[in-house]
Write a protein that binds this ligand. Structure first.
Ligand code: NAI
Length: 313
């Protein structure tokens, strides 16, 4: 808050990345990471729709208070924000969020899909609603908010989408099959949005944050104090900026560190007509990471296969 008030007053240097004229929707921005994203974007001149259902960590309940509080904080500091208490987890909520932003601000440039809940259970104990609720908020929620916004982004030939993935999906985390699946789903969602949006100057990227919030309070051990949620916002703002050079990538971010996650593909082994025993015997070659590639398109994977098929003939 102090930081925001101060920064609104100070004269911006030419080199600063600003968001004047831009409109951002940040979901789940009533606390934790989303609040920090909203504060930073507003601080840099964006007009904000601060969405938050205001429920408990498991998604139960609802309260417009947290979203309103963050919007008030931004407005008091000299920024422009409105609060929204819709749930992202159904199409009507997503449509209402976008509709409110459009009628209030007349455009949408940035969508940060950040809203999230946890229903951790080991897979063998997982109930249907623990699966569907988590998928509905994280994965479908990103669809429900981005889809109506996408129409406007395409029309205006400009947009930035940031999805919040997690190492729990990219790498895996015990007890989070529902959450991990939703989060890795967001990586796939991001990759396809990046391709479909490219010719409309819409870019989509994902983050996998590590930060101390109510969601992780118990989990981070002695490093918790070094993992402030505000350390994630600069990357989000950069990915939301029109100068953002990347599209379709996923970044690990937390505690001041930013790094890129990528999917690598080993050169593999190719022998048409091989037997199950051949697979066993060639396992080392299949897994050998020497010369792996990082394909940006399915065509790049296909080219590698075509090359090896040619060599195998
Ligand atoms: P948080 O619990 O403080 O923030 C999540 C926010 O989403 C809450 O304010 C909550 O009210 C809101 N929300 C939940 N369901 C909603 C719905 N249906 N509609 C609208 N808003 C809803 O936790 P945190 O850590 O700030 O999480 C933000 C995002 O970052 C989440 O997607 C989370 O999964 C992800 N994440 C966080 C990590 C961390 O280390 N804190 C690690 C990896 C991912």
């Amino acid at each position: 808050m102090q930081r925001i008030a101060h920064s609104f007053l100070k004269e911006k240097s030419m080199a600063e990345l600003g968001f004047d004229g831009k409109v951002a929707i940040v979901t789940g921005a009533g606390g934790g990471l989303g609040r920090e994203h909203a504060l930073l974007l507003a601080d840099r001149g964006a007009r904000l729709l601060v969405n938050d259902l205001g429920g408990a960590i498991d998604g139960t309940g609802g309260d417009e208070g947290p979203a309103q509080k963050v919007a008030d904080e931004i407005n008091t500091a000299g920024g422009i924000a409105i609060a929204d208490g819709n749930s992202v987890s159904d199409p009507a909520g997503g449509a209402a969020i976008v509709q409110t932003a459009m009628s209030e601000f007349g455009r949408i440039d940035i969508v940060v899909n950040n809203a999230g809940i946890l229903r951790d259970k080991t897979f063998h104990n997982l109930e249907d609603d623990e699966l569907s609720d988590v998928i509905d908020v994280h994965l479908k929620g990103a669809f429900y908010v981005t889809r109506p916004a996408w129409v406007h982004m395409r029309d205006q030939g400009y947009g930035r989408v940031i999805n919040t993935a997690s190492a729990s999906g990219i790498i895996g985390n015990f007890g989070q099959s529902n959450y991990g699946a939703a989060k890795m789903g967001l990586v796939g969602f991001t990759n396809v949005l990046a391709m479909e949006g490219a010719k409309h100057n819409i870019r989509a990227n994902a983050i996998a944050p590590i930060a101390r919030t109510r969601m992780t309070e118990e989990l981070l051990g002695p490093l918790a104090d070094s993992l402030q949620p505000g350390e994630v916002a600069p990357l989000v703002a950069f990915l939301a900026h029109e100068d953002c050079p990347v599209n379709g990538e996923t970044f690990s971010v937390g505690g001041g560190r930013v790094a890129r996650f990528f999917v690598g593909l080993t050169q593999g082994w190719c022998s048409p007509g091989h037997s199950v025993e051949d697979v066993r015997d060639q396992w080392e070659a299949i897994e050998d990471q020497d010369g792996y590639i990082v394909p940006k398109t399915t065509l790049e994977e296909f080219r590698l296969l075509a090359k090896m098929l040619k060599e195998a003939r």
